[in-house]
Design a protein around this ligand. Structure first.
Ligand SMILES: Cc1ncc(COP(=O)(O)O)c(C=O)c1O
Length: 376
């Protein structure tokens, strides 16, 4: 059997990883400014994280959601505290798409409605509803196409207001990334998020903050939507939550009530996933990683803005997009193969920096020096 060939691959095999570095099978060291797609939050193979998962594995790795799992309760308490949403409730699942799928379903259960507002360039995942609210027709199969989703322009307050004025009583939910990741690092304006809050309140619609990529402290606040000073009704999270262990969740405002069997999963919230997620939160809290993300992120953005040829630097904290002109297509490839630095990308020519939240200023200087060389 061969692999189903859906990923264009770089010809690199990673065999070892530590902190913000990875090593390939030839012993070559790379600086990781990509974090395996915003997943590595506390650094690769963090010793406390490794110990926690290993210790749990020796006790019990998995049992189903038909029994009490105290680790889930501990995780919910810790997440409530670190995220500053202590009165919210936690539902655990396994991936970002699944988190969004459950959030959209829960919203529809809550108000009995079907219409969902999503935004241009949004990415919310590949399962049926998650992909239906994703603005990329190439990954939407015919069976996923639905009239229930409307795509409005991102940050366009007049368009949002007009849609609610005309159809407010039909809107089940509004789903938005606080910072669009796949779409190219586009920051939702504070006034736009505040308007979503106000309109959802007025029309009893549900505000879903997709925090799968921009959440978990990456921007310097736990959820990037927090910059707007308003609460969403549901926060979806995944990537940084398990530092690579597949775990995801939705944080649910108290007004959305649970009923037995309305949501469920076999693997979600298993013992090992909870041990991983708890270790991540402990490290984020103890090592003040949100403060570090804010400080190193601000430094990086300030320095990047001084470099020649960059069209725009966008983002917050350690979620940074560097928009380059078309003719500088080679920069990302050169960073990887010449300078041995992993970065992410977005269309048309945006380099995405999504490092671990404990990246140091010295490591930030390494990518700045490499970029300086490439852009001169
Ligand atoms: C904002 C956002 N939402 C949802 C997802 C889907 O997450 P997953 O790949 O874990 O299903 C992603 C993945 O890149 C994402 O960036």
């Amino acid at each position: 059997m061969k692999l189903f060939d859906v990923y264009p691959l770089n010809d690199i095999v990673i065999e070892k990883a530590l902190g913000s570095y990875v090593w390939d099978d030839q012993g070559q060291k790379y600086l990781d400014l990509y974090g395996g797609h915003a997943v590595i939050s506390i650094g690769h193979t963090h010793p406390y994280y490794v110990e926690s998962i290993e210790a749990q594995l020796h006790k019990v790795g998995f049992y189903s959601n038909s029994i009490k799992i105290p680790l889930q309760v501990q995780l919910a308490e810790k997440l409530g505290k670190v995220s500053g949403k202590e009165d919210y409730n936690l539902f655990l699942c396994n991936s970002g798409a699944e988190a969004n799928e459950n959030a959209l379903k829960l919203a529809s259960f809550y108000n009995g409605r079907k219409k969902i507002i999503a935004f241009k360039k949004a990415f919310h995942g590949r399962t049926s509803l998650a992909v239906a609210v994703t603005d990329n027709p190439n990954i939407v199969a015919p069976v996923n196409q639905t009239d229930n989703v409307v795509f409005l322009p991102f940050n366009d307050e007049a368009a949002l207001q007009a849609y609610f004025d005309a159809h407010g009583s039909e809107v089940s939910s509004v789903i938005i990334e606080g910072i669009q990741g796949v779409g190219g690092i586009n920051v939702a304006s504070e006034s736009f998020l505040q308007l979503i809050r106000g309109l959802c309140d007025k029309h009893d619609a549900v505000f879903i903050a997709d925090s799968v990529q921009c959440g978990y402290g990456r921007t310097g606040k736990f959820y990037s939507q927090d910059f707007a000073g308003v609460n969403a009704d549901i926060y979806t999270m995944a990537k940084g939550m398990g530092n690579g262990f597949p775990v995801a969740g939705i944080s649910i405002a108290p007004k959305l009530k649970a009923k037995h069997f309305m949501l469920g999963t076999t693997f979600g919230g298993n013992h090992l996933a909870c041990a991983a997620a708890l270790a991540v939160l402990e490290i984020i809290e103890q090592d003040r990683l949100m403060e570090n993300a804010a400080a190193v992120g601000a430094y990086l953005m300030e320095e990047l803005k001084k470099l020649p040829q960059i069209v725009e630097v966008r983002g917050r904290g350690l979620m940074i997009g560097i928009a380059l002109p078309e003719e500088l297509k080679e920069v990302k490839k050169n960073l990887l193969f010449k300078h041995k630095i992993f970065t992410g990308e977005a269309k048309p020519n945006v380099i995405r920096l999504l490092p671990a939240l404990n990246i140091t200023k010295v490591e930030a200087d390494m990518v700045l020096a490499a970029l300086k060389e490439e852009l001169q």
